[in-house]
Design a protein around this ligand. Structure first.
Ligand SMILES: C[S@@+](CC[C@H](N)C(=O)[O-])C[C@H]1O[C@@H](n2cnc3c(N)ncnc32)[C@H](O)[C@@H]1O
Length: 240
């Protein structure tokens, strides 16, 4: 039996309020800020969409996209469907576990995982990323937003305290089995993706990255890093 990645039936209705209480609008910033690179893709896969706020923005931004939306929670899918109204014509909703659900090979132009991969162990996360890779076109993009541990210092310590509290809460509220973040960014990169834009909030505890699938022989694009915890965002460009 697979370890529980959380049952959101009880939380679906209050999820948005809880996140505003904990982080204000920063989770929405982490979801939406790097949406523009998905304006052009025609076949987009969203895993663990939640209550439909991301889906709604994506439908507004990209009028041609056909979107497959897979979530384990029927309650979350119902909220997402209700939120988008007529936009549902362009969306195929599917209740399923990303660890086992069938995915069409080399089908999608982009995949979105916002605050999803933190629900899995490192092993499960690696397996999910490898599965998703097979469902993507060779030049696909990946929008990943999630919690992260800053490299060092007070910010890392603060993030550790927050994450311990969040994992305890979600264990109680959803039955989530894991207790620590998987190294999702490294695992995505290990499947042949390069980060091309990265933004952080909450002292580096919230991160959003656009990854681009690369061929082995193509040049590395470098990463634009922006830190929105400052009043004016600080950005730097570097090859990593
Ligand atoms: C923490 S919520 C994140 C929701 C939303 N993406 C966001 O940005 O807040 C995790 C979501 O992933 C879904 N989920 C959890 N485990 C899953 C799995 N194994 N397969 C597919 N979806 C899953 C949950 O039902 C929930 O909607």
């Amino acid at each position: 039996m697979k370890a529980s990645s959380g049952n959101y039936r009880r939380l679906a209705r209050v999820y948005r309020v809880l996140e505003y209480v904990a982080f204000g609008r920063d989770l929405e910033r982490a979801r939406f800020t790097l949406l523009p690179p998905l304006a052009a893709g025609e076949r987009i896969l969203i895993i663990g969409e939640g209550d439909g706020r991301f889906l709604q923005r994506l439908l507004q931004l990209n009028p041609r996209a056909r979107i497959d939306c897979i979530d384990l929670s029927p309650a979350m899918l119902a909220r997402a469907r209700a939120r988008i109204g007529a936009g549902a014509r362009r969306v195929r909703f599917q209740a399923g576990d990303i660890r086992t659900v069938e995915l069409a090979p080399a089908h999608y132009d982009a995949v979105v995982t916002c605050f999803l991969l933190d629900c899995f162990s490192a092993d499960d996360c690696a397996a999910i990323i490898a599965r998703l890779r097979t469902a993507l076109q060779s030049n696909a993009r990946w929008l990943w937003s999630d919690f992260a541990l800053p490299a060092a210092g007070f910010r890392r310590w603060r993030a550790r305290v927050w994450l311990a509290g969040l994992y305890t809460f979600f264990r109680w509220a959803t039955g989530l089995a894991v207790r620590e973040l998987p190294p999702a960014e490294k695992l995505i990169a290990a499947q042949g993706f390069e980060p091309v834009v990265a933004r952080t909030w909450q002292g580096g505890m919230l991160r959003s990255v656009i990854f681009q699938a690369t061929r082995a022989d193509s040049p590395r694009p470098g990463v634009l890093h922006c830190d929105d915890t400052m009043t004016k965002p600080r950005c730097s460009h570097q090859i990593e």
